[in-house]
Write a protein that binds this ligand. Sequence first.
Ligand SMILES: [Zn+2]
Length: 74
Amino acid sequence: MKCRYCDQIFPENADTVLNYFHHIQINHYDVLTDNDKTMHDIRDNMIKSKKEYDTLKKKIGDSDLIFNQKNLDV
Ligand SMILES: [Zn+2]
């Protein structure tokens, strides 16, 4: 996966999306359009929710239901 804003390449692995997200936040947040900033902030909240969900998932077992429901509420 290649960055939209520079030539940095992100190897495909479980953390690609998160690594790319943090890269955007650190390097490119200033050049995002208002709409992209909004999307970025929404995703930021989703990632925080996802972390809570992953913690929960370890307790209750494998299911995408909770995270998907949070997505719908955004
Ligand atoms: Zn970049």
